[in-house]
Write a protein that binds this ligand. Structure first.
Ligand code: AMP
Length: 249
């Protein structure tokens, strides 16, 4: 069976983001970009299913600027077979991404569609669910265990206060949670091999989607600066400060 994995190019999780002086967004100048960590988990899961013989081909898709090819190549170095870049420099919204993915699913007909549970740049947590609705497909979101058997997949979901296992009929959508797996590091020979794997470049209009989003970011603000801490010399001093300065006890 084919697996389709959606990977988003985002600011690397270890970068301390800077907000643009006009508060219109995050400053991306000279900032390290990477695969969204949850998408990397989705690629890893697809690769493990391929290693088990369940999946025969892994297609990776990214929607974004031409530089998103880097994240597609990184996914190929982890084991994906080919890539599709849907190139756009527009600020694209979750619904438009889901519509483009729907177009790709209709063309490629994958049985498994893997996404991250959320992108760490805008924390939307919407695309997988929207795609499920657009396709009329079952969805197992926040997956921490995935077991494919025949034309079904069982997905254990991390829900508030516990775990829920659902069974979906393929084709189905799975969005990955942190504990699903630990992605491998790409080996150098695989990074070299990834350069030769096929990568198609498309545009949103190829899927009948206009990239302009209905969502406008009004303002982006950094979190309030934390005040520097003070060291106290004794428990008595701590209690005194908590009582009289912080007034929390
Ligand atoms: P979100 O709903 O935006 O938090 O994203 C959830 C998941 O949807 C991500 O982890 C990706 O798998 C997928 N996704 C979102 N945006 C894109 C994009 N521009 N290109 C490819 N996949 C995306």
């Amino acid at each position: 069976m084919k697996a389709l994995v959606a990977v988003k190019r985002v600011v690397d999780a270890n970068v301390k983001v800077r907000v643009k002086p006009d508060n219109s967004g995050v400053d991306l100048t000279n900032v390290k970009m990477s695969i969204n960590p949850f998408c990397e988990i989705a690629v890893e899961e697809a690769v493990r299913l391929k290693e088990k013989g369940t999946v025969s081909e892994i297609i990776v898709v990214s929607i974004g600027p031409k530089e998103a090819q880097e994240q597609i190549r990184s996914s190929m170095a982890l084991g994906a077979d080919r890539g599709i870049l849907v190139e756009t420099t527009d600020d694209i919204g979750a619904l438009e991404v889901a519509k483009i993915l729907k177009g790709i699913v209709e063309q490629e007909k994958p049985e498994l569609i893997l996404l991250g549970k959320q992108a760490i740049d805008d924390d939307s947590n919407q695309v997988g669910q929207m795609l499920g609705a657009l396709l009329g497909a079952g969805q197992g979101t926040f997956a921490s265990v995935v077991n494919v058997a025949g034309d079904k997949v069982q997905v254990t979901r991390e829900v508030d206060g516990g775990l829920q296992t659902v069974e979906l009929t393929l084709p189905a959508i799975i969005t990955t949670d942190l504990r699903l797996n630990e992605p491998r590091y790409a080996a150098l020979p695989n990074i070299m091999k990834a350069r030769k794997k096929p990568l198609e470049v498309k545009s949103p209009t190829d899927y009948g989607v206009s990239a302009s989003t209905k969502l406008k970011t009004v303002k982006v603000e950094p979190p309030a600066e934390r005040k520097a801490g003070v060291q106290v010399k004794s428990v008595d001093e701590l209690v005194e400060k908590l009582k009289n300065e912080a007034k929390v006890i």
